[in-house]
Design a protein around this ligand. Sequence first.
Ligand code: BG6
Length: 511
Amino acid sequence: MKSKDIKDLALIIFGASGDLTYRKLIPAVFDLYKQKSLPANFAVLGVARTSFTDDSFREKMKEGIRQFATAKDALDGELNEFCQKLHYLSINTEKEGDYAKVKERLDKLDKEADTGGNYIFYLSTPPSLYPLIPKYLASQGLNRQGNSFRRIIIEKPFGTDLKSAIELNSSLLENYEEDQIYRIDHYMGKETVQNLLVTRFANGIYEPLWNRNYIDHIEITAAESIGVENRGGYYDNSGALRDMVQNHLLQIVGLVAMEPPMSIDSVSIRNEKLKVFQALRPLSGEDVFKNVIRGQYTAANIKGKYAKGYREEKGVAPESRTETYLAMKLFIDNWRWGGVPFYVRTGKRLPTRVSEIVIHFKPAPQRLFPESVNLSDDNQLIIRVQPDEGILLKTNMKVPGSGFQTNTVNMDFHYSQLKDAYYLPEAYERLLLDCMTGDSTLYVRGDALEATWKFVQPLLDFWKDNPDAPLHGYPAGSWGPNVADDLIEGKDRHWRYPCKNLSDDGIYCEL
Ligand code: BG6
């Protein structure tokens, strides 16, 4: 990955002793270093309450790189050289007075590492600190841009409902301009998600068909085989709607449904995505009943091994009514999409990990080949976000021989076919580099964030006001509650089950 105009800079990570820094951020920065994408003068300052020295922080980060970086097999010499760029400062992040130490340390780093006063502050802390840290940094003048830039990256959850999201946005805007704020959604960093833009807007053949006249319905799935692991405490207050739908899945809806942008820049793309979110048909209480299915996984045996139910997970309330599965039907009320249902689902403890977008085209107007046993009425374009990133078109063909029997075949492209020719960056690598170059295209703008919260808020209200609203149990390892099948109306229409014939090693296997 080559960087465009990238200035020397320091990346300051708040929450540096946490899991995200260890598993994702520092490994991604190391991979950028290996790709020679970092600026010539670069430093990381880890900040957290935990006490580390520069050396002990470096040792810990080395372990993380060895486990999680793409270049985990790098030579010791390279790793050591990289780690010299890592520094650490322990402060009480809740105490305004301690931010003088951050300023002092950054001044020193600027001199030692020649980072030019350009700073990216990465907030990977508990969300309760999101309003505080930017404010305390501003009290030291660290928000002010002159010849140098000051940017803030904020991890999700960005608010827990519409009100808190608006409050957080306004508190940030007191000290920062919108173009200094980078709200990260790691799904936007995935290659195949970005490839949606290219598939749609660099090919003449799809766009004329990409509307209500030719598309019957669209499915978007993000399935996970893991449960809540060690994040029960967080997840139990969040649930699938906040954890996956409000952000990752709606962002994908935005890219699938947006109008062609004027150009590939952050203003044009983000304007078009915003219009999609504004056109989402609001869900009233009755719609929530009809169009949204919630589920929670229960204990089961998966391949002979006991798998816990959600309520047995650490940090989860024994009577919890938090959803670990959500399926919904939504509509976008504009000219392009009027009447086309979008079916969106996500869940933990499903049979496999797979995220994909399925565009179901309308059938041919006339069935000319009555002998066809296997004719699939709708052509499908399947964009596989992960794993096995790629794109597949299901099309009908004639079975060789007499008569006109037909069968459905796949035109299938796998990104792995390019692996010798291209380097496939991880989502955090791509997004960090974009922030370094000042490109916010793949980050979420404040107005879009509020528009997505506005869409999900009636669901949160409905469940709060109707605590007995259905929450369906589904056995761990299954495809979620059976009632979710009824969401998809119409003869022969159903969810795609990308791993119906799940092989023992859990590989993506539907043809
Ligand atoms: C995170 C959610 O944002 O995304 C997790 O908090 C979820 O619960 C994860 O597991 C999924 O990300 P990915 O990249 O593994 O699909």
